[in-house]
Design a protein. Structure first.
Length: 71
């Protein structure tokens, strides 16, 4: 999914920010947000979690999930 996330980050940099967390190096942070699978995605708005989703998917579906959560 890294190529998809990187492409989305580039294409939508004016709309939202993407960040990646290495859960092997940041176990406490990963546990704090309770990712239920890998890859796990957590969507924040104004510093608050507003949605989560998991799994590999095509780029269009990935972007749609983010926009659906941010509505």
């Amino acid at each position: 999914m890294k190529p998809t996330v990187d492409a989305v980050a580039s294409e939508h940099r004016e709309t939202f920010i993407t960040a990646q967390l290495d859960i092997d190096k940041n176990r406490e942070t990963a546990a704090e947000y309770g990712g239920q699978g890998i890859p796990a995605y957590i969507v924040f708005r104004d510093g608050e979690v507003v949605g989560k989703f998991v799994g590999a998917m095509p780029q269009a579906e990935f972007v749609q999930k983010i926009f659906d959560i941010l509505k």
